[in-house]
Design a protein around this ligand. Sequence first.
Ligand SMILES: *Cc1c(COP(=O)(O)O)cnc(C)c1O
Length: 399
Amino acid sequence: MARAVAARPDLLERLAVQTAERAQAQLQRRLHTIDASHRPYVEVGGQRLLAFCTNDYLGLAQDPRLIAALKKAADTCGVGSGSAHLICGHHREHAALEEALAEWTGRERALLFSTGHMANLGVIQALLQRDDLCVQDKLNHACLLDGAQLAGAVLKRYPHADANAAARPLQRAANSYALLATDGVFSMDGDIAPLQALATLCASERASLMVDDAHGLGVLGHDGAGSVMEAGLTERDVPILMATLGKALGCGGAFVAGSATLIDGLTQFARTYVYTTAMPPALAAAAHCAVTLARSENWRREKLNALIQRFRFGAKQLGLPLMPSRTAIQPLMLGDAQRAVDTSRALEAQGLLAVAIRPPTVPHGQARLRITLSANHEESHVDRLLQALESLRLADASV
Ligand SMILES: *Cc1c(COP(=O)(O)O)cnc(C)c1O
């Protein structure tokens, strides 16, 4: 019997409508293709731009020693890992990197993931089951929120950095399994989570605390071990630590560190670990080199911190709408999305690259210029940025 199928709506048509709506709202994202990179400069479409938007906070991504480590490992083990870790893709380079990461972060073990996004999906989905409680900061990275949804957990988001508010959902569901997850350093704001208060809360409520330290590792704490170490917290306080290798370490990939119980469990149950190709072993070798440099070359953190101070001092003098942050992420709050885009374009015309961050990445009315600093910037670069910002008279119209 013939059935009418014409009534079914078309998926790609709906997607096209959504894309058009985003463009109409002037919120379309724009791709920059980088032709060449000589950090902190990048070449885009024949133009050389001084970039203030990479997450290469320690300036390691183009370090000759990392490049040499990658090449050397590629010579012996090739480019691709060959398979998933649990089949035959786990090379000695991966094992050595996991050991180095566990030691650095003061944890029993570590487990590599191909990206931070996958690490967060995998951990949360392995730990939480349907109807378990997942308490998260409102400004957590998108993939932490996605992880809770993937697990089918009851997701409760508390107002940014408000540990008292985080207590309420835990107290209301005292008999549920519960995970509290927070960014260590917030990716679009640059401020640091109230880790001690959250750890105290989790201890008293018997909830497990997870910290995503994508922007803290390498930058904060003694020898760059991250925000958790800086807060004086241990594996007991924060049993689940996640961080990425693609930011301060200048490579790519991510890891989760914690007890043998955690890592053994993730190895069995984290689907984004089990069912994916292991990261290239040469990348693991480069990341291992980056860990050694990040730990030993304290001057990178010192230089970065001096640049942060210089930028903040200058921006305050100019009355720029600086957000409160002592990390490498130094956003300027511009409010209106179009204003953020216009500012970014005006900087580009002056040879500077700083990208506008708009909704839905940040809340409506809180569009900003996400300026990031790196140990491979010089004082003169920061001064050039300040001069350019001054010329745009942002202070006059600031909120
Ligand atoms: C970048 C980032 C991630 C994702 O890591 P990738 O390796 O880029 O997938 C996760 N969490 C936070 C807080 C991040 O900033």
